[in-house]
Ligand binder design. Structure first.
Ligand code: FCB
Length: 432
């Protein structure tokens, strides 16, 4: 699609297209004790002194933040229930926390915002990895208890459900590189953790379908537009195909066919049947940020991963390639699952607040072009409502439609907010 629409034609989103904004509990709420806060104390972030602490103080300021969500023109808000808040000790519920979530979710609905609730987004109660780690079956007993209670709490409210956020990121960081808790470097256990996460999706979907039948359940899959670093190099090309099928598709295929297959020679290979997982997604959720170039090298690790500024557009502030075309490519790949597609995250680390409107425009062009090619994209959730705590990087990156002063937690609209609102409310895509 070119930058300009032909004279007289408008670039318009379908009438019921849903615009929204996304956050996740630990990154914004503040005051949470979980495996990640322990990780911080162990000095595991890029800066060993960083603490998430009160983050954006969103738990306390939630009700004041609702008008801020409304002011973005959004009709949906993706947020997470923090498992550690509602089950701080194993098998002991914090009833006030459950009630706190229920009333917050209800307040969103009353404000005309559809709550889209994430159940798992990287963090766990502090007891989890010790007592019921994901690589063991017992994880599913703990999970079933938690998601059943989530489904009871949300009963009667019109919500969408993201069961698991970015299972492949959690798997790679938690079980292969060791950057996230539980910090294991154990590919074999990692494979079972991944298989249990797929089963966890099915368990959650069952828990919701019997109590809240209207809740659509899917996962948020991190997708990367992979490309060979050297187009002429057969091994770079083979690695690109391998990464695409394993990283982008294996988990989604598991929830479509009921079989999880990981085939990464030299790292991990495995195959498992996931009971009940055939056709287990009501929508395909994609989190898209960037493209990664892959390169074979003769020393270990044999696969090098890099962000290259191929088109001289400048990398984003976090160092990722600025590559809107990749969103279009990934949407076209996702068509094969035959489900509506939700963009569950897409956003930009823009520390000076100067690039986000153009970023939105160029990514939305990709969405409209996919829709006009017959791909059923129904939802766009922007990451993020606020600047927030970014996992390993702490408070440096700025992904928010609202700028947050982390000393005072004051929220200030960025220049992109008005643009986001204009498009979200009118459904018409104009240049910023
Ligand atoms: C995604 C995560 C989200 C946030 C963005 C920048 O991978 O799901 O929590 O950190 O990246």
């Amino acid at each position: 699609m070119s930058d300009d629409s032909p004279a007289g034609t408008e670039l318009r989103f379908p009438k019921d297209f849903l615009f929204g904004v996304a956050t996740s509990s630990y990154q914004v709420e503040g005051g949470i004790e979980n495996d990640w806060s322990e990780w911080e104390r162990q000095g595991k972030l890029h800066d060993a002194n960083t603490r998430c602490g009160r983050a954006c103080d969103h738990w306390e300021r939630f009700y004041d933040d609702i008008p801020r969500i409304v002011a973005t023109g959004s009709r949906a808000y993706r947020m997470r229930i923090e498992w550690a808040r509602v089950e701080p000790e194993r098998c002991r519920w914090d009833d006030a926390a459950w009630e706190g979530y229920r009333s917050r979710v209800q307040a969103l609905s009353q404000a005309g915002i559809r709550p889209i609730i994430t159940l798992h987004h990287f963090t766990h109660p502090t007891w989890f990895h010790e007592a019921t780690p994901w690589h063991e079956k017992s994880s599913l007993v703990a999970w079933r208890r938690y998601v059943t209670r989530c489904a009871e709490m949300l009963c009667g409210i019109d919500v969408g459900i993201v069961t698991i956020n970015e299972p492949m990121v959690f798997w790679l960081a938690g079980y292969i590189t060791g950057f996230f808790p539980p910090g294991l470097k154990d590919a074999r256990r990692g494979f079972w953790a991944l298989a249990h996460l797929a089963e966890a999706h099915v368990i959650a979907r069952d828990a919701f379908s019997s109590r809240t039948p209207r809740a659509d359940c899917g996962i948020a899959q991190n997708v990367l537009a992979f490309a060979p670093a050297r187009r002429w190099h057969p091994i770079d090309r083979a690695l690109t195909r391998l990464a695409n099928s394993n990283y982008n598709h294996a988990f989604l295929e598991a929830l479509t066919t009921g079989r999880l297959r990981i085939q990464m020679p030299g790292l991990v290979s495995g195959s498992a049947t996931i009971d009940g997982a055939e056709r287990a997604m009501d929508y395909v959720g994609v989190n898209y940020y960037t493209r990664a170039h892959l390169k074979f090298q003769r020393r270990s690790p044999f696969l090098a991963f890099e962000y290259i500024d191929r088109h001289q557009r400048d990398l984003t502030d976090i160092g990722w390639e600025y590559y809107p075309e990749g969103l279009g490519q990934m949407l076209r790949q996702m068509k094969q699952y035959g489900r509506p597609i939700w963009i569950t995250e897409n956003g930009l680390d823009d520390r000076l607040g100067v690039r986000r409107s153009q970023f939105l425009f160029e990514h939305w062009q990709q969405v409209l072009s996919a829709i006009s090619a017959g791909i059923n994209v129904t939802t766009y959730l922007h990451w993020s409502l606020f600047d927030n705590f970014e996992w390993l990087e702490g408070f440096g990156p700025r992904f928010g439609l609202y700028h947050v002063d982390f000393d005072t937690t004051a929220r200030t609209p960025t220049a992109a907010l008005a643009y986001f609102r204009q498009v979200a409310e009118s459904g018409v895509l104009q240049k910023p």
